[in-house]
Design a protein around this ligand. Structure first.
Ligand SMILES: Nc1nc2c(ncn2[C@@H]2O[C@H](COP(=O)(O)OP(=O)(O)OP(=O)(O)O)[C@@H](O)[C@H]2O)c(=O)[nH]1
Ligand SMILES: [Zn+2]
Length: 370
């Protein structure tokens, strides 16, 4: 007798996680839109000439390069929505130029994206790849073998919102810190991309009262290495010290490197910043909007810790709004500043002037609080 092994996990969601892994490894994924047809999507980062030639052979109709509106604006097209640039052939050099060269201009028709194109871009973002996708339409005569992963477009569509509810606590232990001796680390797993998110409980916060909270997005360069380009490391340590002084608080250390773009894209953006672009323009050049982060899962972490009312340490009005929208009562907010350096002044000024962060810079008169 033959037994069939079948796991009870929802297959659709699992297939998105597998597709994220495929994208990260540079392999193409078959996106199944059912009656809308199927497309093969290939991230840009590993588009070798050999792969490009393979894709050219199977394309049923014109291939296209799907780019976010942010990147299209940088290519000189004023448009609100994302777009698909027609590709007469899958030419890696031309595609790379369109996707991230500084002085590139569009040289072919750009069409509105189809729903499947949007799902393909979402996959790239989930994989922390560059949001630039080569799309190959597949005719009915193409049958992909087991080497190509098939994922339902509908599963990609609802993935992030769906995953928010699945955050589970997987480990907790005391970890004494130099600035806060009585501290416990609590690890959550799940959420988008199954990343690990950590709650650092300082002292003994009382959940019956509003708890001092910081949502801190990971910044490898600033938090760990003391990079002069941002204020993250100072904000991190100041917040922990403040919580210890006040008798308790919780810092959520969120796996959201580079405002959610991932470390590779942040370092790509830093390279552009070294050429004169500010933090938002550099991200736009790579196809990212001002901020990819969502904080709804942070609200779920707080709830699991029994916290519903908070005093939030932040200068970022979006964090206040996002938590409030996710059902956490933000009783008050307090600002937190790092040192100003020659290297981070432009970063801080851009955050203040372009996105309303409540930042005071040394030598300036205090600004009115929001
Ligand atoms: N894309 C991009 N991300 C950056 C850059 N500099 C820092 N970051 C990231 O920006 C985020 C900063 O996180 P936070 O300090 O939590 O957030 P914030 O939005 O500044 O808000 P508050 O510090 O709470 O006021 C981290 O994910 C950093 O890795 C940059 O130049 N480009
Ligand atoms: Zn930083």
């Amino acid at each position: 007798m033959r037994l069939t092994l079948s796991l009870s996990e929802p297959h659709e969601r699992t297939s998105v996680e597998r597709a994220i892994a495929e994208m990260r490894m540079g392999r193409p994924v078959l996106l199944d839109g059912q009656e809308r047809g199927s497309i093969l999507v290939q991230g840009l980062e590993d588009l070798t000439p050999e792969r490009a030639a393979e894709l050219d052979v199977i394309a049923a109709g014109a291939a296209r390069l799907v780019l976010p509106a942010a990147r299209l604006r940088r290519l000189g097209l004023q448009r609100e929505g994302n777009g698909a640039v027609a590709l007469p052939s899958v030419d890696p050099a031309r595609i790379a130029t369109l996707a991230f060269e500084i002085d590139a201009r569009v040289d072919a028709p750009v069409h509105a994206t189809e729903a499947l194109d949007e799902d393909a871009l979402e996959l790239a973002r989930l994989a922390l790849s560059l949001p630039a996708i080569v799309v190959i339409p597949l005719g009915p005569s193409v049958a992909a073998d087991a080497s190509v992963l098939r994922v339902a477009a509908s599963a990609v569509h609802g993935y992030r919102a769906d995953r928010v509810r699945d955050l589970v606590m997987v480990a907790r232990s005391p970890v004494p810190l130099a600035d806060a001796h009585e501290t416990e680390f609590v690890v959550f797993r799940g959420g988008e991309g199954l990343r690990d998110q950590v709650a650092i409980i300082v002292g003994k916060p009382d959940p019956a009262e509003p708890v001092i909270i910081r949502l801190h997005s990971a910044c490898l360069t600033g938090d760990l290495f003391g990079s002069l380009k941002c204020d993250c490391g100072d904000q991190l340590r100041t917040s922990v010290r403040y919580m210890a002084e006040q008798g308790g608080g919780v810092l959520l250390y969120l796996d959201q490197e580079g405002r959610g773009n991932g470390i590779a894209n942040k370092i790509r953006a830093y390279k552009l910043q070294a050429q004169g672009y500010d933090t938002y323009d550099a991200d736009e050049m790579l196809g990212f909007g001002p901020d990819q982060r969502r904080f709804d899962f942070a609200a779920r972490m707080l709830e699991q810790l029994g916290i519903r009312r908070v005093r939030l340490i932040t200068n970022n009005p979006d964090k206040i709004e996002a938590l409030a929208k996710s059902g956490i009562q933000v009783v008050s907010h307090e600002r937190v500043f790092g040192r100003t350096t020659a290297e981070n002044t432009r970063y801080l000024t851009s955050k203040r002037d372009r996105f309303g962060h409540l930042i005071e810079l040394a030598g300036e008169r205090p600004r009115k609080d929001g």
